[in-house]
Design a binder for this molecule. Sequence first.
Ligand code: BG6
Length: 369
Amino acid sequence: EKDGYDTFMEKEIHDQPHAVADTLLGRTDAAGQLILDELRIDPEELKSITKIIVLACGTSAYAGMVAKYAIEHWCRIPVEVELSHEFRYRDPIIDPNTLVVSISQSGETMDTLMAVRYAKEQGARTVSICNTNGSTIPRESDAVLYTHAGPEIAVASTKAFLAQITAAYLLGLYLAQLNKKLYSQAIKDILAQLAEIPAKIQTVLDQADQVKELARSMKDTGSVLFLGRNVGYPVALEGALKLKELAYIHAEGFAAGELKHGPIALIDEGQPVFVVVPSPMDRHSLHAKVVSNIQEVRARGAKTIVVAEQGDEDVKQYAETTFYVPETLPMLMPLLTTVPLQIFALELASAKGYDVDQPRNLAKSVTVE
Ligand code: BG6
């Protein structure tokens, strides 16, 4: 059942082209219109949504952060992302025009379930993005958008994450289509780019050896930092989380712009820093800003490991190591840039002899609050 891989985690990382492709499958009609009939919320009702709150925990919450960037950009609807356990115990402002989107691989995470119940009680519409058919959270939600990653066995999430991001993009595009916030041609163009993602993930997987070699050489590292910006920020957080979960190494992800406001104090000789570099095509020119962050940490002795888009030659001169991913739309980059970080954590943990499928102290789905 591991398909010849040593671990479920490795298999699941390699399943990712399918996880994304299957999540996209059957969700457009011949004319290239998105059809999300399974959502089961009256489109008229969805049109009246004035605010979205995304609720999730762990890796799923980082998928939620990507969702925020995409939905706000494409739909112009304000999106908040909150950890389910924090949401439930403040006084969140919810009304019937609030759409609560929960994201959960298992559909059983108690913190998220309680938050969804609470949101429903307060009158919100609830949509569940979930990987497990018939599980509790989708059953208790008004609507569900399933991710089709297939069963995820390894405790730490990989393929479900990419599938959740994919589903969030579909939801964002669907809302943009309903509210006419994007031209239908623009939606088609984004969908066409999404359709190319599975093959591009495969390209990244085919270059895994370079990442693995670096991971083995860093087996005795005590701490690793991850920087990212815009949609690269949740990717940095996820890269750090994978390393904590699998390799028990202290790791932290930061928004690159925050570096000068504190974290730069951590940098000294030999500190490894991963930098998820925005596309050179990013409309806010964040690329140049992140390149100068790389220079800043490097000047203070950091060992810089860069994940950048193919063709981005600027970054190479400042990086100890550069991993390239194929070109795509800036918004879709997380589906590619996450992959080398997953492979890195997996290989480093394996080099330390750890059980990557069942890391210590963790459970696949936490069904207590
Ligand atoms: C944790 C898992 O307990 O729950 C993580 O170890 C996961 O991998 C998180 O991201 C949230 O789980 P779910 O099923 O709600 O996505």
